[in-house]
Write a protein that binds this ligand. Structure first.
Ligand code: OGA
Ligand code: NI
Length: 364
């Protein structure tokens, strides 16, 4: 959640997807209809191992030496080959996962006028509305979003913290504390899987920036024509995603040029590597492109936490990941600048990371 851009952006009228669906359940306005090449036709043949890896955090925290060792190897493979994994036994109370989910649903079910008390100004990323819209001709996602900057406190906009439903804001606070601890923990093990010191990321990141985004995807009469969320990689270091119980399957990740659906595991959290870790590891771990699709009858809710370094931090590939066979792929940059770039560009696959890519000349 970076600083607000200076010039207001002209985005035209943006329909609220829930209202649209209620008023005209079978109409898909042109602005939501994707070009042929972007439509979410699923490949019929999925990769042979089409389930993303599952990491058992309790083995990492409490396991014996062998268990820790083998789970760290598994984690390394998950980060290198998938950029995604699901974590089980993550130590966040089930009742907390349930209450945040219930409150998020209640929030989205409030009348539009109530939600619009917390408007997301176009070009910014906090409040209720559609994020990442920058022009009048840009296609829109079939999704309503509500997002808040959480940590450090100076990124908060207190006017955007809802008073209804009761307990919403304090539950976001509680939940965010738990997810922060989980991110810290996971980053320790991710560092170890890279052969680094446990505390390496924590020391490097300063006071980490944390934000939460709730995505509500209403059912859509033509899921073949629209996208719930455009393809993108996350601008964070790590992302933690909670999929609503009973929601449709909607998250898909791009693996070997195929969109692979992430099958929810009850009470597990989906974790993915963001752009920061890709840069720091010089591309060894990748922030894999992903998107969300919609469902004909079912709605879907996801609660997404982004965990990233402090804006002041300078980042670039760490020397241990650069050598003759792995030339440096990214320049050094300030993370605040990157965040600003990320939130002021439309979601477009991995394009945001071009900001940091070194385009090597091919010599002959
Ligand atoms: C995101 C995201 C996927 C989903 O918010 O960055 O990738 O399933 N969400 O909602
Ligand atoms: Ni994402």
């Amino acid at each position: 959640m970076a600083p607000v851009p200076l010039s207001p952006v002209k985005v035209g009228h943006i329909d609220d997807v829930q209202e649209l669906r209620n008023a005209k359940p079978t109409t898909i306005p042109e602005r939501f209809v994707r070009d042929m090449t972007e439509r979410p036709t699923l490949a019929t043949a999925l990769p042979s191992t089409s389930d993303i890896p599952v990491i058992d955090l309790s083995k990492l925290i409490k396991g014996d030496k062998d268990e820790v060792h083998s789970e760290i190897l598994k984690l390394g493979i998950a980060c290198e080959e998938w950029g995604f994994f699901q974590v089980i036994n993550h130590e966040i109370e089930l009742s907390l996962l349930e209450s945040i989910e219930k409150l998020a649903k209640e929030f989205f079910m409030l009348p539009l006028e109530e939600k619009q008390k917390y408007p997301m100004i176009p070009g910014t990323l906090q409040g209720y509305g559609q994020a990442f819209v920058f022009s009048e001709d840009q296609k829109l996602d079939w999704c309503n979003m509500f997002a808040l900057g959480v940590e450090p406190h100076f990124i908060r906009n207190p006017k955007l913290w809802p008073t209804r439903p009761a307990k919403f804001s304090e539950t976001v606070e509680l939940y965010s504390k738990e997810v922060r601890a989980l991110c810290n923990n996971l980053l320790k093990y991710i560092a170890m899987s890279l052969g680094m010191r446990q505390q390496a990321f924590e020391e490097m990141f300063g006071v980490a920036v944390q934000a939460i985004r709730m995505n509500y995807y209403p059912a859509c009469s033509r899921p073949d024509l629209v996208l719930g969320l455009s393809p993108h990689s996350d601008g964070s270091a790590l992302t933690v995603l909670q999929q609503g119980k009973g929601s449709s399957v909607g998250l898909q990740i791009l693996k070997d040029n195929t969109w692979v659906p992430v099958q929810p595991i009850p009470n597990a959290l989906v974790i993915n590597i963001g752009d920061t870790i890709e840069v720091l590891s010089n591309g060894k771990y990748k922030s894999v492109e992903h998107r969300a699709v919609t469902h004909k009858e079912k709605d879907r809710l996801s609660l997404v936490t982004f965990y990233a370094p402090s804006y002041e931090i300078e980042l670039g590939p760490m020397p241990e990941f650069v050598d003759e066979s792995n030339p440096c792929k990214y320049r050094r940059y300030n993370h605040g600048e990157y965040s600003k770039h990320y939130v002021t560009s439309k979601l477009q696959g991995k394009k945001a990371l071009d900001f940091a890519k070194i385009h090597t000349k091919i010599s002959n």
